[in-house]
Design a protein around this ligand. Structure first.
Ligand SMILES: Cc1cc2nc3c(=O)[nH]c(=O)nc-3n(C[C@H](O)[C@H](O)[C@H](O)COP(=O)(O)OP(=O)(O)OC[C@H]3O[C@@H](n4cnc5c(N)ncnc54)[C@H](O)[C@@H]3O)c2cc1C
Length: 442
């Protein structure tokens, strides 16, 4: 009798059934399939930046995404198994218990995520590891350059991929082989989140993500994207796809496909082009991260010289909570803390302020964004921070935003500042001479 083939689908930043080529592969290849998601307890503990893993907003969004996925899997007689362990431990245990032949996972761009794969492959040399590009517009083998010849600048990257065609989105998975394991009562153990006092506008999950995709294009906002994308606030001023994209609730190719349809029906203009242009920025950072590996997290980034910044705990704490002498920055940070979201313009301004006005090591800012952002994506976050801090791929060097000028331009009547209580008592930035604070190094 032929051996039954057992596969394991390791969900990560691909929490969806639509346009998921990897899951389709699994459905066709194996007789039994385990669907798992790993929540590593280490990720919820304090990291070496002194921050606790995910904020309650991020946890809520993730929990909603997992619940939505599980509901959809159940319709196919499947279910999602949550492992409260590191992926290496969880998958090694499951492999010996179920005699796995295949492990499926979306290709990752982050260094540490890729290291997990390397370790698992070493431990389980007989298991075939199947990786598919589901998080990017293009597949690795489509790129017109080898990764070790990654273009130096975004413009070079954009020009070199201009002729590539985006792979058509795959059909939604409608059938899956049964699971070899019993369902467990996983959800009750998921770390809880406290209720937010603010209206929650982002709900996690593929269902909510697809709804936003439809609504955004139905609203016609895409035709005005270029003029509005820099606003500090306002739902329709940018697509708001990022939280769903980061968790893989939405597929980047599905977005691109919808955008093309929209252009055919409504007409292409500078705005619709610009939206595509931003998706290319995302694409750029994905492959940038893949290429640069650990350097994505290094103080000097991909440059030879370290920046002239340091770590000032008090300044950093005040920046995080929105208590510095820059009302616009305070308002943006308070919005982030309350909602888990901040506009692109806001992110540029607060990052520039941390690095330039406060002279704080950029990595602490990146780590704080990682903790708070619903759309946290390892490549987009650390890549953008490097870019702003002048240690990334920006040919123009460091970006220094003039906060007063930005305030006059984007919040002339202080509506945004007042909404988020950006004005604070005029306290000095440092309560003691900053030079007295100990410098914390890794
Ligand atoms: C310091 C800093 C940190 C950032 N961290 C993240 C992050 O962790 N995750 C994240 O998704 N984006 C990050 N961004 C990029 C950008 O701010 C957000 O993608 C955008 O604000 C999300 O809102 P939106 O979906 O309405 O974007 P839109 O303006 O509607 O753009 C559409 C999509 O294009 C992509 N995009 C737009 N701008 C960028 C950009 N500069 N870099 C990469 N992709 C882009 C996003 O996927 C976005 O959803 C960061 C930017 C800065 C300056």
């Amino acid at each position: 009798m032929a051996m039954r083939k057992v596969g394991l689908y390791w969900f990560s930043n691909d929490l969806r059934l639509h346009d998921n080529a990897n899951l389709l592969n699994a459905a066709l290849e194996v007789d039994n399939l385990l669907c798992i998601y790993c929540l590593d307890p280490n990720e919820l503990m304090t990291n070496h930046y002194g921050l606790m893993g995910m904020s309650h907003n991020r946890r809520r969004f993730l929990k909603e995404s997992l619940l939505d996925l599980d509901r959809q899997l159940q319709k196919m007689g499947q279910h999602l198994l949550i492992c409260y362990q590191s992926p290496v431990k969880a998958i090694s245990d499951l492999a010996s218990l179920h005699k796995l032949s295949f492990i499926y996972r979306s290709r990752q761009t982050g260094y540490y995520e890729n290291q997990q794969r390397v370790t698992i492959q070493k431990k389980l040399p007989l298991v075939q590891f199947v990786e598919t590009d589901t998080h990017t517009l293009f597949a690795l083998d489509q790129l017109p350059f080898p990764l070790d010849k990654f273009p130096n600048t975004f413009t070079q990257f954009k020009n070199s991929v201009a002729q590539l065609s985006v792979v058509k989105p795959q059909l939604t998975v409608e059938f899956l082989p049964p699971s070899p394991a019993l369902r467990s009562d996983w959800i009750s153990r998921f770390p809880d989140y406290s209720k937010s006092e603010h209206e929650i506008v982002f709900h996690g999950g593929e269902t909510a993500g697809l709804k936003q995709l439809t609504n955004y294009f139905a609203s016609g906002s895409a035709s005005h994207y270029k003029e509005q994308r820099n606003e500090l606030d306002g739902w329709g001023n940018s697509s708001k796809f990022s939280p769903w994209l980061a968790n893989g609730n939405l597929s980047i190719r599905q977005i691109c496909f919808k955008l093309n349809n929209y252009e055919q029906q409504t007409g292409a203009n500078e705005s619709t082009y610009w939206l595509f242009f931003e998706l290319l920025w995302r694409e750029y950072f994905q492959w940038y991260a893949n290429h640069h590996g650990k350097r994505l997290f290094a103080f000097q980034g991909i440059k030879q010289q370290k920046p002239l910044t340091s770590f000032y705990p008090e300044r950093f704490r005040k920046w995080c909570s929105g208590n510095i002498p820059y009302p616009l920055v305070n308002a943006c940070m308070k919005q982030l803390n309350a909602t888990g979201f901040m506009s692109n313009r806001g992110r540029q301004i607060v990052a520039s302020c941390l690095v330039n006005e406060l002279a704080v090591d950029w990595r602490h800012g990146a780590a704080y964004f990682e903790h708070q952002l619903l759309d946290y994506d390892v490549a987009s976050n650390w890549g953008n921070w490097q870019y702003l801090a002048g240690v990334g791929a920006d040919p123009r060097g460091k970006r220094h935003f003039d906060i007063e000028k930005q305030t006059r331009q984007y919040d002339p009547d202080a509506l945004f500042i007042n909404k988020w209580q950006g004005y604070i008592q005029n306290l000095p930035l440092d309560s003691v001479d900053a030079a007295d604070w100990p410098v914390v190094t890794e």
